[in-house]
Ligand binder design. Sequence first.
Ligand code: F6P
Length: 322
Amino acid sequence: IRSVAVLTSGGDAPGMNAGVRAVVRAGIVAGLKMYGIQDGYQGLINGDIVPLGRRDVSNILSRGGTFLRTARCAEMMTPHGQREAVRQLYNEGIDGLIVIGGDGTMAGAQSISAQGYPVVGIPGTIDNDVYGTDTCIGVDTALNTIMEAIDKIRDTAASHSRAFLVQTMGRDSGFLAVESALISGAEMALIPENPNITVEEIAQTIANSYKRGRRHCIIVVAEGFPIPMDELTVKLDAMDLGFKARGTNLSYIQRGGTPSAFDRLIASRMGFKAIEFLTTGKFNVMTALQGRDIVPLPIPELVGKHRGFPEEYLKISNILSR
Ligand code: F6P
């Protein structure tokens, strides 16, 4: 392998830039010619590929978002798009590809690898839903953002004796919501993996919290929970629970901002390892954080698998928030 391209794909996550910087600089030190692909897989299919030198990735370590930009690419889910992606790489004389993103991005990597092309994935998504890795680039920063937001919401919730529903991202995963609830002292996390919780049960939790003498009540609602947060808030507000109810959707704020120390650390380590894996013939693997190590996890072992939420965290959260 003499030349390698890197792209970021799917929802952006803080620390993706740190990952690109690590890939480019480690690649250059390994004697490779490095390229950046703009706008994710869409840019690859369109041939938006630029050479990247050491200085091109200066001053991005501390910046949120992704300077290569990203996109959601429906074409990459079709056999035609997948063939086109590989054709562009061969056209440019590029021998290997590193992709940074979530499970959709890894599925794209798999389709490229199936055509015999060397690829390595790096998990980057705030959803923390990628199977086989303890965490992904961006999760820690998003958790810090959510934690700060809920701390602020608690001030106003306590001042008005209100129950607040706070919606977090995560698509069809409750991981981010459960971790958010634990670190924010929330009374409850409503997640897609526990879809049968009723409005009455939620109301009971709020009423019990009022009866125990609490001045406020925080409930984290994952975006994938079947009852929409707004609908739930209106229903709860109309009930006689002690607390009136309000809702806040933290939305895209969770995806932005300066990456935390931890996200810069894992992004830098994973970027470095991705080059090591490619140059030592470990293809079609993802840089997975397992314990303290970053290991090459075969992408076919993780694509399409739903990563369960940490049940123990939910249990601890429920006990501690009483
Ligand atoms: O995958 C990251 C994520 O932020 C999810 O939590 C959310 O469901 C989705 O992306 C939003 O996607 P978009 O940026 O396309 O609106």
